[in-house]
Design a protein around this ligand. Structure first.
Ligand SMILES: Nc1ncnc2c1ncn2[C@@H]1O[C@H](COP(=O)(O)OP(=O)(O)O)[C@@H](O)[C@H]1O
Ligand SMILES: [Mg+2]
Length: 231
């Protein structure tokens, strides 16, 4: 579904990503791990088209999307939940949800009921301001706002970052439910190894802008994986 081939990317003159190769299959959850600053967010921005690679290609459903804009990529089915969640604090939960649909040119949008199966807690929060929600609720809102646009591939950047350990399991359940439904693939950027491995079929680890370790989760050498993550 997603194929990243020999991607190199830079901020101005500073090369960040070097020869990155990553595959995400249909219905898979694939995790991307690595210490702070190795280039995980940069890669997601490159997949989304916010940054353009200076070398290499990105394919989505066998189509070369390397030169397409972010808007077109979103319309083709790539949904992005950025690090830090990025919801609108002054808008209500309802408005936050509708804005994603309006951005796609849907007039008088309404919220599909299915979204409350996945996020039952949001139903009672619809009139609350986004900024008044807890970190965990904001993360659920950010994921819901993207899922409502029915992406085929969901890019999640550190969904558990800054969230109380007691509610991390809610995020985990959400991602598991998405996986069980089977119609959305997920590329999950995550620092918590156990969290990522419980959810993923396959994992990649980056160091200094390139993939240094990868494997199917059920046959991984966890010690080696850990060695790339420990400080
Ligand atoms: N807007 C930017 N301009 C220049 N350098 C950046 C910018 N954003 C990130 N970087 C640098 O790119 C590298 C990778 O950052 P990032 O992709 O955010 O890493 P990660 O998400 O793995 O923590 C870091 O060295 C960071 O300082
Ligand atoms: Mg990051």
């Amino acid at each position: 579904m997603l194929s990243i081939k020999e991607v190199h990317c830079a901020y101005a003159d500073t090369v960040i990503l070097r020869d990155v190769n990553i595959e995400v299959g249909k219905g898979q959850v694939v995790s991307l791990m690595g210490r702070n600053g190795v280039g995980k967010t940069t890669l997601l921005k490159t997949i989304m088209g916010i940054l353009k690679p200076f070398k290499g290609s990105i394919y989505f459903n066998d189509e070369d999307i390397t030169t397409l804009s972010s808007e077109i990529r979103a319309l083709k089915g790539i949904g992005y939940v950025p690090q830090g969640r990025d919801i609108f604090p002054h808008l209500t939960v309802m408005e936050n949800l509708l804005i994603g649909l309006e951005a796609r040119g849907i007039k008088n949008p309404s919220i599909p009921e299915g979204i409350f199966e996945l996020f039952p807690a949001l139903r009672d929060l619809l009139q609350r301001r986004g900024g008044d929600l807890s970190g965990g609720q904001q993360q659920q809102l950010a994921i819901a706002r993207v899922l409502i646009t029915e992406p085929k591939l969901l890019l999640l950047d550190e969904p558990t970052e800054g969230i109380q350990p007691s509610v991390v399991f809610e995020i985990e359940n959400t991602i598991r439910f998405i996986k069980e439904q089977g119609n959305v693939s997920v590329l999950l950027v995550e620092q918590f190894m156990e969290f990522a491995l419980r959810l993923s079929d396959y994992c990649y680890v980056m160091e200094k802008g390139t993939v240094v370790f990868e494997g199917a989760v059920n046959e991984l050498d966890r010690e080696e994986l850990q060695s790339h993550l420990a400080i």
